[in-house]
Structures are given as C-alpha cells and as structure tokens.
Design a protein around this ligand. Structure first.
Ligand SMILES: *Cc1c(COP(=O)(O)O)cnc(C)c1O
Length: 295
C-alpha cells in the first residue's frame, strides 16, 4: 500500500518579541512526517505514486540538482513502496551527502549537462522511451497531482489561524495549500515566501494551480538567490535552532522563518494574530552546507 501515516503536530514557539507585539507563532511540523520523504515532499509525491501504481509502472524516473530534497524523497519512497528509481542529476558528476543517500536507497544516478537537462521530457524519451515500466516525475514533483496532495494539509486542523506562511521553490506546495484554504472557505490568509530571485513566474503558477485565489507574496527574502545565504541568515538559523530545538535550513525554511520574524518586528500583523508557519522539511540539505556555518 502506498501511504504514510501523517504525524505533523503544531507547536507554539515562544519569544519575547511575540509577546511584545501581541502575536502568536505556531509551526506545523511536516518535517516530522518522515526523515527522508520529508515535509512537502511526501504530500507532493503521494498522488503521483498512486498514479504510477495505477498505470502499473515499476520504475520512477525523476530529476533534480545535486542537492535536491526531491531526489532523496523519491529515492526513499521508491525503496519503501517497491519501485525501482532513477535520478537524472543536473550538471557534471559529483559526490555529496544527498547523492550518497539517494544511492543507498537504490536510486540509479545519471548526470546530464545543463543544456540537455533543460528538456526533461526529451531526456526521458531518449533514455527510457522503450521502458514500458518507466514513469516520468517532473523535477520537484510539480503539477496538479502534487498540489492536490498539499491541499490536504488544512484537513488536519480544527484550530483557526489568521495567517499561514510557506516557503516556495516552484510554488506548487503553496498553491496546493491555498486551494485547501479555499475549499474549506476559512478566513486564513496565505503568505508565500519565494526562496529565489526573480520569482514572479511563481505567481502565475500559483494562480493557475489554485484558480486565482488571493495570497500575499513576500519576494524580499531570497538573500541573493536560490541557496544563497548571508551571515545574518546563518546567525538567525543558529539562534532559532538553539532556542527551539527545531532545525531549519538555509535554503528554504530558514528564509521562511526569518521573513516571519522580520514582519513581526515591523508590525506587519495586527495584535492578537495567530500565525502558522509550515515546516516543509528538507533538513538533510544542511549537510551539504557545513562549510558555510562558522562556530
Ligand atoms: C522542495 C522544497 C520546497 C519547495 O516546494 P515547492 O512546491 O517547489 O514550492 C520548500 N521547502 C522545502 C524544505 C523543500 O524541500
């Protein structure tokens, strides 16, 4: 059976800043769903894997950069649910912690130069066109099946939140959660924090997948671009993690939580606001960034 029990409690974070501003911050611990099929990656993969199974596919083929959380999640899910897996990795051959985990989960790795990597359907056809059991999963598991999985997040709660925040790479997760908010017609305001520069394309993607529901887009927290960091961000992550026991990473959730703290300190929220941040997991990404932290 393709399923995971969802264990994703909501935890309140306390901080003198929050009491002085009269707000409450809660974190939805999707990172606890599974150590490797973590956070939004399980939600995104669920219906894709069910579709693969329905079509009697036995071999998952997917794509990602050399530090991709999606590759680890797909490799682990394939191992757990009885699929073979291949990861097509962007760029020249490298070895790192992410790819080591993928290999341990039995994923076959193929490295492709950036030029041919761009056209993923063509790559799939060229490599696996004759393999009837092969199943194409887009980079990051994006698309409407992935968004449907993410829309279920809201069904796990009865408490009300005024604001819900989520980090975005492609925007699929945010779009799915936004659809969930809409479907339930609750008054929670959705906020998206893109982790890369020039993320305007994401707005259209979210509009498309969520039928144009309204949301706030906080594009000033990318710290120079995807996987770019600064001492300010890394110090923030250290302070947050050492005072809460919750790991956040410099690529996604670190930028998300930084944005929320910054907005709180700038009086963005009305007094009495209840804010929910979704921890989308992916903390294995920290392993590849050890050299950035100075202790
Ligand atoms: C992949 C990932 C995201 C981005 O999700 P999208 O659906 O592409 O926006 C966010 N957070 C973490 C931790 C991730 O691994």
């Amino acid at each position: 059976m393709i399923d995971l029990p969802i264990y994703s409690p909501v935890e309140e974070i306390s901080n003198p800043l929050f009491s002085s501003k009269g707000v409450q911050l809660f974190i939805k611990r999707d990172d606890m769903i599974h150590p490797f099929i973590s956070g939004n990656k399980w939600r995104k993969l669920k219906y894709i894997l069910l579709e693969a199974k329905k079509l009697h596919k036995k071999h998952l083929v997917t794509f990602g950069g050399a530090h991709s959380n999606h590759l680890i999640a797909t490799a682990c899910a394939a191992a757990k649910f009885g699929f073979k897996s291949t990861g097509i990795v962007r760029g020249e051959k490298v070895e790192n912690e992410t790819l080591l985990l993928c290999s341990l989960f039995g994923m076959q790795l193929i490295f492709e130069d950036r030029e041919s990597y761009r056209d993923k359907p063509a790559l799939f056809k060229r490599q696996f066109g004759n393999d009837q059991e092969a199943f194409f999963i887009d980079e990051g598991g994006s698309g409407s099946l992935a968004a449907t999985g993410c829309s279920e997040l809201l069904d796990e709660h009865t408490e009300a939140y005024d604001h819900l925040f989520c980090a975005a790479g492609t925007g699929t997760t945010a779009a799915g959660i936004l659809s969930g908010i809409n479907r339930k017609s609750i008054a929670t305001k959705m906020h998206v924090v893109p982790v890369l520069k020039g993320a305007d394309f994401m707005k259209q993607e979210i509009d498309k997948l969520s039928n144009g529901a309204s949301f706030e887009f906080h594009s000033g927290y990318h710290f120079g671009g995807y996987a770019k960091t600064s001492d300010e961000l890394l110090n923030f992550i250290k302070d947050f993690t050492s005072s809460t026991g919750i790991l956040i990473d410099p690529v996604y959730t670190g930028k998300l939580v930084f944005a929320i703290y910054d907005l709180i300190s700038k009086d963005y929220f009305a007094r009495g606001s209840r804010i929910l941040a979704v921890h989308t997991g992916g903390i294995t990404g920290i392993l590849g960034m050890a050299d950035r932290f100075k202790f």
